[in-house]
Design a protein around this ligand. Sequence first.
Ligand code: ADP
Length: 165
Amino acid sequence: MSKNEKRAILYPGSFDPLTLGHLDLIRRAAKMFDKVYVGVLVNPHKKSLFSVEERVIMIRRITEDIPQVEVVDFDGLLIDFCHKTGIHFILRGLRDAGDFEAEIKVAQGLKVLDPEVETVFLGTDTRYSYLSSSMVREVAAGGGDVSAFLPEGEAPLVAAKYKAL
Ligand code: ADP
């Protein structure tokens, strides 16, 4: 790595919506890397609550106090996006053994596709080890209060989505 080259990491995910668990990971990664790209995955086969455009806007607002963060959307293969952007590090979070089992296989597969790409795992903060976007969606769909799971100001947006459905 040359002296001027920035150490960048990509945090890919659905973030539908981004939770306090995701935000904790982003903040911690920002202490280790010069640049943290939060990559919102465009998945035409998966029905989402928020559109990709909405998620990008929401995550930009949530992370506006973290200068290292840049929010992007991407589609297609993760490895292709890494090649296109020159990013060598991928960030994934581990909450439990289930996450480990799924994530280690993806990381190993990526290594076969490109040995230069490293997946960096961060263990969840114990405060958020139970937390997932799908749980937030489930509680909100039932009319429950999701403010304890989300960054400040985000819960009304989720509630409004379900009211509009
Ligand atoms: P995906 O659909 O790609 O799994 P998610 O938005 O659900 O996208 O999660 C993105 C990443 O964040 C995954 O690596 C997941 O394990 C991690 N993650 C999700 N929730 C938490 C949490 N509460 N604490 C730590 N990591 C988390």
